[in-house]
Design a protein around this ligand. Structure first.
Ligand SMILES: [Mg+2]
Length: 242
């Protein structure tokens, strides 16, 4: 698997900062599990269906609106709440009612996550209910200290700055103590600006590859494989301590 540093400078910065990291924060969907599982593709399809049905739009109109809301609010839900009076809980319950049978626990991933020095958090634009269900299916729920979801951002999700401020407050951390793993590079931009260490995970089948290119300079490093990235970082931490 390929692990790529985007520049020698960024690599040096990562080496310098990794020893201070005490909080390991992970996006959930398509980051902590692989896009090829199809789970988040199914969520996206259900979002499309929900917008078409609820707002009585044809598929093309619904897609235009979703793209607008995604760009402006970070998630379709933000626009649905602001402009259509949609009740968040109803929406989240509908779009997350997907099968998780393609998600299988990975013993190596569990071992690597358990070995991280510090706390592990989920920072997601989905819901606590969805995150818990996914983590239980992956056999990772007991390893997670905090799940910070879209409700906790008061429906102003990543990449809105306020989401990152709220997350840092919740976990009682300063940015330089945090490393954030994301499959969506745009969500790393505010994290990098704050001073977090940033990792872009682009698993096989990621739908974000093209869009990520515009924002990938916000990543300290990127990898196609989360386990490989965790192993590399663990080696750095151990190296820093010796
Ligand atoms: Mg994601």
């Amino acid at each position: 698997m390929r692990v790529e540093f985007l520049s020698a400078d960024l690599s040096a910065a990562l080496h310098a900062q990794i020893g201070q990291v005490r909080h390991w924060a992970f996006d959930l969907d398509d980051t902590l599990y692989e896009p090829k599982s199809g789970v988040f593709r199914d969520v996206r399809n259900r979002i499309a269906q929900y917008v078409e049905n609820r707002l009585e739009l044809n598929p093309a109109e619904a897609k235009t609106l979703r793209d607008q809301y995604h760009k402006k609010y970070g998630a379709t839900l933000g626009g649905l709440i602001a402009h259509h009076g949609i009740v968040a809980e109803e929406y989240l319950g509908m779009v997350h009612a997907v099968s998780l049978e393609t998600l299988t626990p990975c013993a190596e991933r569990r071992k690597l996550l358990a070995a991280l020095p510090g706390k592990r958090h989920i920072f997601t634009n989905s819901s606590v209910a969805h995150a818990e269900r996914v983590l239980r299916q992956l056999n990772l729920l007991d390893l997670v200290d905090c799940i910070f979801d879209v409700a906790a951002t008061n429906w102003r999700p990543k990449p809105q700055q306020v989401a990152y401020d709220g997350f840092l407050k919740r976990i009682a951390a300063t940015p330089d103590e945090v490393i954030l793993f994301e499959d969506s590079a745009v969500n790393l931009v505010p994290a990098k600006a704050l001073g977090m260490v940033t990792v872009l995970i682009e698993g096989a089948g990621s739908p974000n590859l093209e869009r990520n290119r515009a924002y990938e300079n916000a990543a300290d490093h990127k990898s196609e494989d989360l386990n490989h990235s965790l192993q590399m970082l663990l080696n750095l931490v151990v190296g820093n301590e010796s």
